[in-house]
Write a protein that binds this ligand. Structure first.
Ligand SMILES: [Zn+2]
Length: 561
């Protein structure tokens, strides 16, 4: 008996490569899996929490439950995941399916009743285990492009019972990949005033030389003191040209490992530190994401491991050493970078950064900056580093540094608008100026008496703008006083020039109807299969309100039998 237990024990724990169940989850689509996004790849302000699976440039593909379980959450939002379904499985894992076009008929019926009760397209519900049980291989939804999705695909996640997303490929979901990762840039970062690289005391891009075998060399550098490195890289799989994320980074100084980052799992509350992990200034200036291979204060990512001396190396005078970077994709294809380093202390005093001190900020203190009619408040722990912040006010224009420094928290911008007329006050909002033409974009603004306030997590230039123009509403596939018996839906186009759409309400014959808002196409769509109407002559009324409160009403009569 003991012998049998021993064999069982060994086969379950001794030989298994992965702590995650294999062959428990099936792939959620019945097509060859091709990815437009990998797990933990670097996105704006977050690590990607799942796989983006391509859907042959179309919507409507069958989406299968990855395993049996029950629907534990349904969330429908205009932005973000759009229509999203969460299934909890008996083993404690949760699978997530996002950007869906629609759910299976059973789930669709369930959620529509609740949307009609709430009179809202946007909704979030947590059904109990008995309400929507899911069988193995059940079709639970149809793939789409809803929410903030940039093209048809299925976003698929596996989360553990602590809500931490895990790379689904660890569960045996397989993607063909025999290509090695590609390295596109390498930077060196002198850590402090004493250190330098090629006689420069600030970040320095190094010349990368691809070798024939797929590895890379960097032209030998002369350095002294504590130095860190940064790398820009991507991975491609066999079946698509998409530039996806890599899966593991390790660095070695003279043969000793001194840094590793392993992208297997993270938790949502640490994902904001992505902006600390990448070189945020490079990202904001030329959109490329350089990952730092050293750890600075406030970067508490759980994906970091085996980090010694915070990933920095110490280069002594008159030495010769080598620093190596190994980048791996999930399938273990790897690319190496070899950086030969000659230790050489600079003879002359080197020039550093010439900062223009304006206001000095310290991360562990709150700060209020104020000038004329504008003030900005930063709560404690908004910043990662000490630095000099630019703050300038010129009439209604606020220059709040440059958008190259990551913030951990929102700051609050306040405008005193007492000098404006009552009429104007009601139409004003705080706008952020973008691009060469300094186009104003609405920042969510609230008003209390003579004060407008807005919260923002990014620096830049802000101003006051006015929106006095109401939204536009136009029918797309019907006309007033006409028959629409053959249409399956009513579609209208809504638009607002400056502050943007805030909300809308549509009724037929006085009864609320569910209209889906697609912000990317500026459309509202009502489906007749909701069976709200029974009359032949019907009155459609749609009210659309922008973010300042300007509203428009559209009415039309249509006939249907
Ligand atoms: Zn995604």
């Amino acid at each position: 008996m003991k012998y049998i237990y021993l064999i069982l024990f060994i086969s379950q724990f001794g030989f298994s490569q992965s702590p995650y169940p294999q062959d428990y989850f099936r792939k959620p689509l019945d097509v060859t899996l091709v990815l437009s996004g990998t797990f933990a790849e670097l996105r704006s302000n977050h690590f990607h929490s799942g796989l983006d699976i391509k859907t042959q440039q179309r919507t409507g593909l069958d989406v299968y439950a990855a395993a049996e379980g029950y629907v534990s959450r349904i969330k429908i939002s205009h932005f973000g995941y759009g229509k999203a379904l969460y299934i909890t499985h008996p083993n404690g894992y949760v699978t997530v399916y996002a950007h869906l076009e629609k759910f299976s008929p059973t789930i669709e019926k369930y959620i529509k009743i609740l949307q009609y009760e709430k009179e809202s397209y946007e909704i979030e519900v947590f059904p109990s285990p008995e309400e929507l049980p899911i069988k193995t291989d059940e079709i639970v939804a149809f793939s789409g492009n809803s929410g903030s999705s940039g093209g048809p695909h299925l976003h698929f996640e596996i989360r553990d019972n602590a809500e931490r997303p895990i790379n689904p490929m660890l569960f045996g979901i397989d993607i063909k990949d025999t290509k090695r990762p590609v390295i596109s840039a390498i930077y060196a970062y002198p850590k402090n005033k004493k250190s330098h690289v090629n006689e420069i005391k600030i970040r320095k891009e190094l010349r990368l030389i691809p070798n024939k075998n797929g590895d890379y060399t960097v032209e030998a550098i002369e350095a002294f003191g504590e130095i860190g490195f940064g790398v820009e890289s991507y991975d491609q799989q066999d079946l698509a040209n998409n530039k996806n994320g890599i899966s593991n980074i390790q660095t070695f100084f003279n043969g000793n490992k001194n840094f590793e980052m392993d992208f297997k799992r993270f938790s949502f509350d640490e994902t904001k530190h992505l902006n600390r992990f990448i070189d945020f200034e490079i990202f904001k200036t030329d959109k490329s994401r350089v990952q730092k291979l050293f750890v600075q204060s406030g970067n508490t990512l759980s994906m970091l491991k085996d980090v010694s001396d915070d990933g920095y190396i110490r280069v002594e005078d008159s030495t010769s050493s080598v620093y190596k970077i190994r980048i791996q994709d999930f399938k273990g294809n790897e690319a190496w970078v070899n950086i030969p380093i000659k230790g050489k202390k600079a003879k002359e005093k080197l020039e550093g950064y010439d900062l223009q001190p304006a206001y000095y900020v310290q991360p562990n203190e709150s700060l209020r900056l104020e000038d004329k009619n504008i003030s900005v408040f930063f709560p404690k722990d908004t910043f990662y580093d000490n630095f000099y912040i630019d703050f300038a006010v010129s009439s209604d224009t606020l220059t709040l540094h440059k958008d190259v420094v990551p913030l951990m928290k929102n700051c609050t911008i306040s405008y005193n608008i007492e000098n404006y007329s009552e009429e104007d006050k009601s139409k004003l909002f705080i706008a952020k100026l973008y691009g060469y033409y300094k186009r104003p974009y609405y920042v969510r603004t609230s008003r209390q008496g003579n004060y407008l306030t807005a919260r923002t997590k990014s620096f830049g230039t802000f101003t006051l703008a006015t929106d006095s123009i109401s939204p536009t509403i136009k029918p797309v596939n019907f006309q007033d006083s006409k028959w629409v018996s053959k249409s399956e839906y009513l579609k209208i186009k809504i638009d607002d020039d400056l502050s943007g759409i805030s909300n809308y309400r549509a009724t037929i014959n006085g009864k609320w109807i569910l209209m889906e808002y697609d912000y990317k196409k500026d459309t509202l769509t009502y489906h007749f299969d909701d069976s709200v109407i029974s009359d032949t002559e019907n009155n459609l009324k749609v009210i659309v309100i922008d973010n300042i409160g300007n509203s428009s009403t559209f009415e039309a009569t249509f006939f249907r039998k």
